[in-house]
Design a protein around this ligand. Structure first.
Ligand code: NAP
Length: 247
């Protein structure tokens, strides 16, 4: 129980990595408000899964690209949980294409969902964290934000931006006891990567020294560590969870 009686907001909690993070935090004694974009049914299922745990779990439909929706989420979390101690910015999408074919709309869409969302939620929760002089923020980036990737200029720009935002916020907020870190996953088995064909998967796997794709739980355990007091002296860092792909 590394997070007993803590309260968290997790964006994009209905599927994949976000769902594993919600479970990991809840199993460690943390109450959670998780957001989602459209999956109402999955949200209700996830709430029910934890009805027997000694924690509160609420889903909240909110487009992470919208600042007003982020403010509403934090207000909802404070009403339902009595406060917020942890923010995990996980919501993200891909709209892959070669630069020549990428539309302005797809560029903006991905930047807004993946990068502006981190600004939105961080800003919305900040007054709470500053006044209580405590907060843990974990942003989910990607290893491609460190090394680039052909065909993903919008996604890579958003994930590199998340790293820059993390480091700047870490420097700005450290004096108020707010830790800001990043987790950068490699290829993790979720709906997002289910779109890759066998050739693409084989190419990626040949670059993974541990010779397997990651599971959502590989990422959620790293997030748990960074949210816990075990990581009190860690801020502004990027923790890669990628089987050794980038070192
Ligand atoms: P996923 O399976 O596609 O799930 C995405 C989650 O984000 C869903 O809960 C979805 O809600 C939510 N979401 C999407 N857009 C949203 C928006 N505008 N507002 C609120 N919620 C939104 O994705 P994943 O693979 O778990 O990825 C999670 C994070 O890890 C992303 O930031 C991704 O970039 C990053 N990541 C993933 C991998 C990987 O290999 N999978 C690698 C590196 C980084 P709905 O269910 O309602 O659509």
């Amino acid at each position: 129980m590394k997070l007993l009686n803590k309260r968290a907001v997790v964006t994009g909690g209905t599927r994949g990595i976000g769902k594993a993070i919600v479970k990991e935090l809840a199993e460690n004694g943390c109450s959670v408000v998780f957001t989602y974009f459209s999956s109402d049914e999955s949200a209700r299922q996830l709430e029910n899964e934890f009805s027997n745990y000694n924690v509160k779990i609420f889903g909240f439909k909110a487009d992470a690209s919208s600042f007003s929706a982020a403010e509403e989420t934090i207000k909802f979390a404070i009403e339902k949980l009595g406060g917020v101690d942890i923010l995990v910015n996980n919501a993200g999408i891909t709209k892959d294409n070669l630069m020549l074919r990428m539309t302005e709309q797809d560029f903006d869409h991905v930047i807004n969902a993946n990068l502006k969302s981190v600004f939105n939620y961080t800003k919305a929760v900040l007054k709470t964290f500053l006044s209580q002089r405590y907060g843990k923020i974990v942003n989910i980036s990607s290893v491609v934000g460190l090394i680039g990737n052909a065909g993903q200029s919008n996604y890579v720009a958003s994930k590199a931006g998340v790293i820059g935002l993390t480091k700047s916020n870490a420097k700005e907020l450290a004096s108020r006891n707010v830790n800001v870190n990043c987790v950068a996953p490699g290829l993790i088995e979720t709906d997002m990567t289910g779109k890759l064909n066998e050739h693409q998967r084989g190419t990626i796997l040949s670059n993974v020294p541990l010779r397997r794709f990651g599971k959502p739980e590989d990422v959620s355990k790293a997030v748990l560590f960074l949210c816990s007091s075990d990581a009190d002296y860690i801020t502004g860092q990027v923790l890669t969870v990628d089987g050794g792909m980038v070192m």
